[in-house]
Design a binder for this molecule. Structure first.
Ligand code: FAD
Length: 260
């Protein structure tokens, strides 16, 4: 296979191409491994799609698509759904003759690795869920439960994420402390700090892209005031981190380079 062209990306920005590629792969690639979806796995998919329909800051036709997929899933009252029925629903024929709403390809921009096996989908999944925790905190009705997005992530990662080691590690962190999250802002910070734990654990690992070394994030050059020192020890300035995350993971910071 020919390597993908190098796409210019700025690490201080988010790219819709990464996010839409995450939607495509998380809804199609990861689900089609199961011939039938039922029980907790089906419930996890429904919860994930509900959260996407509510909070994904997509282009209008993508939002419409997520809304109709959510309604379709909610209307499936039987105990299981076949993979082929889901595949049909994902085609969203109602949109015809307009073009397919959900991209059929994966285009990595901010998540492009220096080699095809680095970064990509897992990077886009983190990005998507950080964005969703931030979007939920701004939701006008403020009816969002603190665990609504995190719970959707936990279920999705547990039942669909193809990387088994990843889902085990994530589930262990979730089981340990996710239920202590009491507000939407705490949910944002919980995901940030657990992602940093993953970064610390994976620094120097074979899976690390040498061009994108794992670090405690955001680094000082991105957010100097996020960092403090107390008695010679590094400490995070959490209110500033929260503020930074809300700006970084906001629709205004999503760029449309390389989207179709
Ligand atoms: P990623 O860690 O994927 O981060 C993507 C982007 O998010 C970064 O470029 C940066 O802009 C931003 N970011 C980085 N840190 C933070 C933070 N703390 N808060 C907010 N934003 C941040 N791989 C394994 O080998 N073993 C595992 O156990 C494992 N567990 C995983 C669990 C989950 C739930 C997920 C989604 C992925 C997991 N992975 C695991 C994959 C791994 O975490 C990385 O996604 C992958 O190695 C690609 O790394 P990356 O350099 O693109 O950056």
């Amino acid at each position: 296979t020919t390597p993908a062209p190098v796409r210019h990306a700025d690490s201080s920005k988010l790219y819709m191409a990464d996010l839409e590629s995450a939607l495509h792969y998380s809804l199609r690639g990861e689900t089609e491994r199961f011939s039938v979806l039922e029980g907790e796995r089906l419930a996890a998919l429904k919860h994930y799609v509900t959260v996407l329909a509510k909070y994904f800051p997509g282009r209008p036709y993508v939002k419409n698509f997520l809304g109709s997929l959510d309604t379709w899933l909610k209307n499936q009252k039987q105990s299981n759904i076949s993979c082929s029925a889901l595949e049909e629903a994902l085609k969203n024929k109602k949109n015809a003759p307009k073009p397919a709403v959900l991209t059929h390809s994966m285009t990595w921009v901010g998540c492009q690795g220096s080699k095809p096996h680095f970064r990509g989908y897992p990077c886009s999944l983190w990005t998507l869920f950080h964005l969703l925790t931030v979007q939920a905190s701004k939701y006008k009705a403020r009816t969002a439960e603190p665990l609504e997005v995190l719970g959707a992530m936990r279920g999705y990662v547990c039942y669909f994420f193809g990387c088994q080691t990843c889902s085990k590690h994530f589930e262990a962190m979730a089981a340990e402390s996710m239920n202590q999250v009491k507000s939407l802002d705490e949910a944002i910070l919980w995901l940030w700090s657990r992602h940093n734990r993953a970064n610390a654990r994976l620094a120097g690992d074979l899976t690390e892209d040498p061009k994108f070394p794992k670090m405690q994030w955001p680094p000082p050059d991105m957010c100097p005031s996020c960092h403090n020192e107390v008695s010679g020890q590094h400490v995070w300035n959490e209110p500033t981190v929260l503020h930074f995350l809300k700006i970084h993971y906001s629709p205004a910071n999503i760029y449309f380079d390389y989207t179709e």
